[in-house]
Design a protein around this ligand. Structure first.
Ligand SMILES: CC(C)(COP(=O)(O)OP(=O)(O)OC[C@H]1O[C@@H](n2cnc3c(N)ncnc32)[C@H](O)[C@@H]1OP(=O)(O)O)[C@@H](O)C(=O)NCCC(=O)NCCS
Length: 182
């Protein structure tokens, strides 16, 4: 499995990226409009503040990660997805590490991300976050499992949350990791 920058992808591999996004986020109805996933993939080719990488095996895309530059010293990780049949092989971790290395090489200090709990998976789902939102975030635990715990394993810390981002008890969990010494 190789990690390659988006600029080197063929048209067919770009289409595979869009399909992976659609499938990976179907449960939360993201990328559900026709052409929405393709537009997201395309944005990484045309927007100078975006960069992305794909995990490719035998010419086939198995996962992708994007980076969005919205601040001078921090990069947002968005999106990250691995094809369902290839999860648990270390591909998500490899893509995340590749993004961190690229961000550090660009002189960025920190990678941050938002991971929504809108269908359950953490102890915060369905709970009233007020009062004491940060204390509740600090005590977060898995219920049915959530990417929050994948990122925590890779060294990301919770740094905040958007309460009720997707409805009552459905927060967006914010996480970040230092990737380059200041
Ligand atoms: C989240 C996702 C990218 C992880 O990709 P992956 O290739 O399966 O992850 P890896 O195999 O690299 O896992 C790395 C480690 O994290 C662990 N891990 C993976 N998913 C996990 C989860 N949901 N909860 C806890 N740990 C998890 C793995 O067990 C592995 O641990 P190990 O190093 O001790 O073996 C993948 O599940 C996915 O595409 N999900 C759908 C899209 C999505 O939710 N993206 C993130 C939105 S913010």
């Amino acid at each position: 499995m190789d990690i390659i920058v988006f600029e080197h992808l063929t048209a067919e591999q770009r289409a595979q990226c869009a399909e992976i996004l659609r499938e990976a986020f179907a449960a939360v109805e993201a990328y559900s409009e026709p052409g929405e996933a393709e537009a997201e993939i395309e944005s990484f080719f045309v927007d100078p503040d975006r960069f992305a990488m794909a995990a490719v095996e035998k010419g086939r895309v198995l996962g992708l990660v994007g980076g969005i530059i919205a601040y001078t010293h921090a990069v947002e990780l968005h999106p990250l997805a691995v094809e369902a049949g290839h999860r648990g092989r270390g591909i998500g971790a490899a893509l995340t590490r590749a993004l961190e290395e690229r961000a550090a090489a660009m002189g960025r200090l920190t990678v941050y991300l938002g991971t929504d709990d809108e269908v359950g998976g953490t102890s915060l789902f369905g709970a009233d976050i007020f009062p004491g939102a940060l204390a509740k975030l600090a005590a977060i635990a898995p219920t049915t499992g959530h990417p929050f715990f994948f990122y925590r394993k890779l060294g990301y810390e919770p740094v905040g949350l958007i309460p009720d981002a997707n409805g009552f008890g459905k927060p967006d969990l914010l996480m970040a990791k230092r990737v380059k010494a200041p």
